[in-house]
Design a protein around this ligand. Structure first.
Ligand code: HEC
Length: 256
Protein backbone atom coordinates (compact mmCIF):
# COMPACT_ATOMS: atom_id res chain seq x y z
CA UNK A 1 0.00 0.00 0.00
CA UNK A 2 1.57 3.31 -1.09
CA UNK A 3 0.15 5.37 1.78
CA UNK A 4 0.12 4.09 5.31
CA UNK A 5 -0.86 6.07 8.38
CA UNK A 6 2.36 5.23 10.12
CA UNK A 7 4.61 6.75 7.46
CA UNK A 8 2.51 9.68 6.29
CA UNK A 9 4.32 13.03 6.17
CA UNK A 10 4.33 14.79 9.53
CA UNK A 11 2.07 17.60 8.23
CA UNK A 12 -0.57 15.10 7.04
CA UNK A 13 -0.53 13.39 10.44
CA UNK A 14 -1.01 16.74 12.17
CA UNK A 15 -3.92 17.59 9.85
CA UNK A 16 -5.63 14.20 10.28
CA UNK A 17 -5.14 14.20 14.04
CA UNK A 18 -6.42 17.75 14.47
CA UNK A 19 -9.55 16.81 12.56
CA UNK A 20 -10.05 13.64 14.62
CA UNK A 21 -9.63 15.52 17.89
CA UNK A 22 -12.11 18.26 16.94
CA UNK A 23 -14.63 15.66 15.81
CA UNK A 24 -14.19 13.73 19.07
CA UNK A 25 -14.87 16.88 21.11
CA UNK A 26 -17.88 17.60 18.89
CA UNK A 27 -19.16 14.06 19.46
CA UNK A 28 -18.77 14.46 23.22
CA UNK A 29 -20.66 17.76 23.26
CA UNK A 30 -23.39 16.19 21.08
CA UNK A 31 -23.83 13.51 23.75
CA UNK A 32 -24.16 16.23 26.42
CA UNK A 33 -26.75 17.94 24.24
CA UNK A 34 -28.73 14.68 24.04
CA UNK A 35 -28.53 14.37 27.83
CA UNK A 36 -29.87 17.92 28.31
CA UNK A 37 -32.71 17.72 25.80
CA UNK A 38 -33.98 14.15 25.56
CA UNK A 39 -32.40 13.22 28.90
CA UNK A 40 -34.77 15.56 30.74
CA UNK A 41 -37.91 14.58 28.82
CA UNK A 42 -39.17 12.46 31.71
CA UNK A 43 -38.02 15.16 34.20
CA UNK A 44 -35.35 12.86 35.60
CA UNK A 45 -31.72 13.44 34.71
CA UNK A 46 -30.08 10.75 32.62
CA UNK A 47 -31.14 9.13 29.37
CA UNK A 48 -33.65 6.30 29.66
CA UNK A 49 -36.01 4.39 27.39
CA UNK A 50 -38.79 6.52 28.91
CA UNK A 51 -37.07 9.71 27.68
CA UNK A 52 -36.88 8.34 24.16
CA UNK A 53 -40.52 7.32 24.22
CA UNK A 54 -41.55 10.80 25.49
CA UNK A 55 -39.38 12.55 22.90
CA UNK A 56 -40.56 10.66 19.82
CA UNK A 57 -43.86 8.98 20.73
CA UNK A 58 -44.93 11.51 23.32
CA UNK A 59 -46.48 11.15 26.74
CA UNK A 60 -49.93 10.24 25.49
CA UNK A 61 -51.46 10.03 28.96
CA UNK A 62 -51.54 13.82 29.04
CA UNK A 63 -50.78 17.17 27.42
CA UNK A 64 -47.52 19.07 27.32
CA UNK A 65 -49.11 21.81 29.43
CA UNK A 66 -50.04 19.31 32.12
CA UNK A 67 -46.64 17.61 32.07
CA UNK A 68 -44.85 20.96 32.36
CA UNK A 69 -47.15 22.29 35.11
CA UNK A 70 -46.38 19.18 37.15
CA UNK A 71 -42.72 19.38 36.15
CA UNK A 72 -40.34 22.28 35.56
CA UNK A 73 -43.08 24.99 35.46
CA UNK A 74 -44.40 23.96 38.87
CA UNK A 75 -42.74 26.80 40.84
CA UNK A 76 -44.34 29.52 38.72
CA UNK A 77 -47.94 29.18 39.87
CA UNK A 78 -49.56 28.14 43.16
CA UNK A 79 -51.20 24.67 43.24
CA UNK A 80 -54.71 26.07 43.07
CA UNK A 81 -54.03 27.95 39.82
CA UNK A 82 -52.13 25.07 38.27
CA UNK A 83 -55.08 22.83 39.09
CA UNK A 84 -57.40 25.31 37.40
CA UNK A 85 -55.34 25.25 34.19
CA UNK A 86 -55.14 21.44 34.22
CA UNK A 87 -58.87 21.23 34.77
CA UNK A 88 -59.41 23.51 31.76
CA UNK A 89 -57.15 21.26 29.65
CA UNK A 90 -59.13 18.17 30.69
CA UNK A 91 -62.44 19.87 29.99
CA UNK A 92 -61.45 20.27 26.35
CA UNK A 93 -59.42 23.52 26.36
CA UNK A 94 -62.29 25.73 25.16
CA UNK A 95 -61.71 29.32 24.13
CA UNK A 96 -64.63 30.88 26.02
CA UNK A 97 -63.53 29.42 29.32
CA UNK A 98 -59.93 30.40 28.53
CA UNK A 99 -60.78 34.07 28.10
CA UNK A 100 -62.69 34.30 31.38
CA UNK A 101 -60.82 32.03 33.77
CA UNK A 102 -57.44 31.03 32.36
CA UNK A 103 -56.01 34.00 30.49
CA UNK A 104 -55.65 36.08 33.71
CA UNK A 105 -53.59 33.30 35.33
CA UNK A 106 -51.37 32.86 32.26
CA UNK A 107 -50.81 36.60 31.92
CA UNK A 108 -50.06 36.95 35.59
CA UNK A 109 -47.77 33.92 36.01
CA UNK A 110 -46.38 32.82 32.66
CA UNK A 111 -46.19 35.64 30.13
CA UNK A 112 -43.20 37.36 31.75
CA UNK A 113 -41.16 34.52 30.26
CA UNK A 114 -43.44 33.20 27.52
CA UNK A 115 -43.62 36.59 25.80
CA UNK A 116 -43.74 37.42 22.08
CA UNK A 117 -40.10 38.53 21.98
CA UNK A 118 -38.69 35.52 23.85
CA UNK A 119 -37.58 32.33 22.15
CA UNK A 120 -40.19 30.42 24.18
CA UNK A 121 -43.74 29.67 23.01
CA UNK A 122 -45.64 32.97 23.10
CA UNK A 123 -48.49 32.54 25.58
CA UNK A 124 -50.08 35.90 24.82
CA UNK A 125 -51.55 34.01 21.84
CA UNK A 126 -54.37 31.59 22.65
CA UNK A 127 -53.34 29.21 19.85
CA UNK A 128 -49.91 28.67 21.41
CA UNK A 129 -51.47 27.66 24.71
CA UNK A 130 -54.13 25.53 23.04
CA UNK A 131 -51.56 23.63 20.99
CA UNK A 132 -49.91 22.53 24.24
CA UNK A 133 -53.24 21.45 25.73
CA UNK A 134 -53.57 18.70 23.12
CA UNK A 135 -52.39 15.16 23.81
CA UNK A 136 -48.61 15.12 23.64
CA UNK A 137 -47.75 13.02 20.58
CA UNK A 138 -44.02 13.60 20.75
CA UNK A 139 -41.89 14.79 17.86
CA UNK A 140 -43.77 16.31 14.96
CA UNK A 141 -43.30 14.95 11.43
CA UNK A 142 -41.99 18.39 10.51
CA UNK A 143 -39.27 18.32 13.17
CA UNK A 144 -38.35 14.72 12.28
CA UNK A 145 -37.95 15.66 8.62
CA UNK A 146 -35.69 18.53 9.61
CA UNK A 147 -33.52 16.51 11.98
CA UNK A 148 -33.37 13.60 9.51
CA UNK A 149 -31.94 15.64 6.67
CA UNK A 150 -29.54 17.54 8.92
CA UNK A 151 -28.25 14.26 10.34
CA UNK A 152 -27.96 12.47 7.00
CA UNK A 153 -25.87 15.24 5.46
CA UNK A 154 -23.90 16.21 8.55
CA UNK A 155 -23.06 12.78 9.87
CA UNK A 156 -22.31 11.31 6.44
CA UNK A 157 -19.83 14.16 5.97
CA UNK A 158 -18.12 13.48 9.30
CA UNK A 159 -17.84 9.73 8.72
CA UNK A 160 -16.61 10.22 5.17
CA UNK A 161 -13.45 11.88 6.50
CA UNK A 162 -13.06 9.65 9.55
CA UNK A 163 -13.35 6.68 7.12
CA UNK A 164 -10.88 8.11 4.60
CA UNK A 165 -8.28 8.53 7.36
CA UNK A 166 -8.96 5.02 8.65
CA UNK A 167 -8.53 3.55 5.12
CA UNK A 168 -4.79 4.26 5.43
CA UNK A 169 -4.53 2.05 8.50
CA UNK A 170 -2.65 -1.22 7.99
CA UNK A 171 -3.16 -3.04 11.27
CA UNK A 172 -6.58 -4.51 10.49
CA UNK A 173 -7.32 -6.98 7.64
CA UNK A 174 -9.07 -5.46 4.60
CA UNK A 175 -12.52 -7.09 5.18
CA UNK A 176 -12.57 -5.79 8.78
CA UNK A 177 -11.60 -2.32 7.54
CA UNK A 178 -14.39 -2.40 4.96
CA UNK A 179 -16.84 -3.38 7.70
CA UNK A 180 -15.57 -0.63 10.02
CA UNK A 181 -15.99 2.15 7.44
CA UNK A 182 -19.48 0.91 6.44
CA UNK A 183 -20.75 0.51 10.03
CA UNK A 184 -21.38 4.19 10.84
CA UNK A 185 -23.51 4.56 7.71
CA UNK A 186 -25.51 1.42 8.49
CA UNK A 187 -26.03 2.49 12.11
CA UNK A 188 -26.95 5.98 10.99
CA UNK A 189 -29.76 4.60 8.86
CA UNK A 190 -30.84 2.38 11.75
CA UNK A 191 -30.79 5.37 14.09
CA UNK A 192 -32.89 7.57 11.83
CA UNK A 193 -35.32 4.78 10.95
CA UNK A 194 -35.72 4.13 14.68
CA UNK A 195 -36.86 7.72 15.37
CA UNK A 196 -39.65 7.35 12.84
CA UNK A 197 -40.56 3.89 14.10
CA UNK A 198 -40.63 5.12 17.72
CA UNK A 199 -42.93 7.95 16.65
CA UNK A 200 -45.31 5.20 15.48
CA UNK A 201 -44.80 2.81 18.36
CA UNK A 202 -42.93 3.10 21.67
CA UNK A 203 -41.66 -0.47 21.27
CA UNK A 204 -38.90 0.73 18.96
CA UNK A 205 -37.25 3.00 21.54
CA UNK A 206 -34.49 0.45 22.24
CA UNK A 207 -33.50 0.65 18.54
CA UNK A 208 -32.68 4.36 19.03
CA UNK A 209 -30.19 3.37 21.73
CA UNK A 210 -28.78 0.50 19.62
CA UNK A 211 -28.30 2.72 16.56
CA UNK A 212 -26.59 5.45 18.56
CA UNK A 213 -24.39 3.03 20.50
CA UNK A 214 -23.32 1.21 17.30
CA UNK A 215 -22.37 4.47 15.64
CA UNK A 216 -20.37 5.57 18.68
CA UNK A 217 -18.57 2.22 18.86
CA UNK A 218 -17.48 2.27 15.23
CA UNK A 219 -16.33 5.88 15.68
CA UNK A 220 -14.24 5.04 18.75
CA UNK A 221 -12.72 2.01 16.98
CA UNK A 222 -11.62 3.96 13.88
CA UNK A 223 -10.46 6.89 15.99
CA UNK A 224 -8.22 4.84 18.28
CA UNK A 225 -6.73 2.74 15.45
CA UNK A 226 -6.00 5.85 13.34
CA UNK A 227 -4.33 7.81 16.16
CA UNK A 228 -2.41 4.71 17.26
CA UNK A 229 -1.03 3.99 13.78
CA UNK A 230 -0.02 7.61 13.19
CA UNK A 231 1.77 8.31 16.47
CA UNK A 232 2.48 5.17 18.48
CA UNK A 233 3.15 2.50 15.85
CA UNK A 234 6.07 4.39 14.20
CA UNK A 235 7.83 4.60 17.58
CA UNK A 236 7.63 0.84 18.00
CA UNK A 237 8.76 -0.03 14.48
CA UNK A 238 11.58 2.43 14.05
CA UNK A 239 14.44 0.14 15.18
CA UNK A 240 13.23 -2.70 12.93
CA UNK A 241 12.86 -0.36 9.91
CA UNK A 242 16.42 0.91 10.24
CA UNK A 243 17.59 -2.63 10.56
CA UNK A 244 15.96 -3.79 7.29
CA UNK A 245 17.15 -0.72 5.41
CA UNK A 246 20.75 -1.15 6.41
CA UNK A 247 20.48 -4.83 5.63
CA UNK A 248 19.22 -4.10 2.09
CA UNK A 249 21.94 -1.49 1.58
CA UNK A 250 24.39 -4.09 2.66
CA UNK A 251 23.08 -6.64 0.12
CA UNK A 252 22.91 -4.39 -2.93
CA UNK A 253 26.67 -3.96 -3.74
CA UNK A 254 27.16 -7.73 -3.46
CA UNK A 255 24.40 -8.51 -5.96
CA UNK A 256 25.36 -5.74 -8.46
C1 HEC B 1 -39.06 32.07 34.68
C2 HEC B 1 -39.51 31.87 33.31
C3 HEC B 1 -40.72 31.02 33.06
C4 HEC B 1 -41.98 31.15 33.60
C5 HEC B 1 -42.46 32.17 34.64
C6 HEC B 1 -42.79 30.13 33.00
N1 HEC B 1 -42.05 29.39 32.11
FE1 HEC B 1 -42.72 27.86 30.95
N2 HEC B 1 -40.86 27.63 30.17
C7 HEC B 1 -39.75 28.36 30.52
C8 HEC B 1 -38.59 27.81 29.85
C9 HEC B 1 -37.16 28.31 29.97
C10 HEC B 1 -39.05 26.73 29.06
C11 HEC B 1 -38.25 25.82 28.16
C12 HEC B 1 -37.38 24.88 28.96
C13 HEC B 1 -38.07 23.70 29.49
O1 HEC B 1 -38.67 22.95 28.70
O2 HEC B 1 -38.04 23.49 30.71
C14 HEC B 1 -40.49 26.65 29.29
C15 HEC B 1 -41.31 25.71 28.68
C16 HEC B 1 -42.66 25.61 28.88
C17 HEC B 1 -43.54 24.70 28.20
C18 HEC B 1 -43.11 23.72 27.11
C19 HEC B 1 -43.24 24.40 25.78
C20 HEC B 1 -42.89 23.48 24.64
O3 HEC B 1 -43.74 23.35 23.75
O4 HEC B 1 -41.80 22.92 24.65
C21 HEC B 1 -44.78 24.87 28.68
C22 HEC B 1 -46.04 24.15 28.26
C23 HEC B 1 -44.69 25.90 29.69
N3 HEC B 1 -43.39 26.32 29.80
C24 HEC B 1 -45.76 26.35 30.44
C25 HEC B 1 -45.68 27.37 31.37
C26 HEC B 1 -46.80 27.84 32.13
C27 HEC B 1 -48.22 27.32 32.02
C28 HEC B 1 -46.35 28.85 32.93
C29 HEC B 1 -47.10 29.66 33.93
C30 HEC B 1 -47.73 28.93 35.02
C31 HEC B 1 -44.92 28.99 32.67
N4 HEC B 1 -44.56 28.09 31.72
C32 HEC B 1 -44.12 29.94 33.30
C33 HEC B 1 -39.71 29.44 31.37
C34 HEC B 1 -40.77 29.90 32.13
Amino acid sequence: MPYELKNLPFSAKVLFSSYLIIIAIGYFVALLQILFTHGLADRKFGLSIQDIVYSYYGNRSGSKLETMLNGSMQPYAPPQERFQIIQWVRDGALRTEYETAIRPIIENRCVMCHSPNSSLPDFTRFEEVQKRAETDTGATVQSLVRVTHVHLFGIAFIFMFVGVIFCFATGAPEPLKALAVAMPFIFQLTDIASWWLTKLSPHFAWLVIAGGAGMAMSFVFMWIVSIYEMWILPLKHRPQGIHIESYLRHLRPNKG
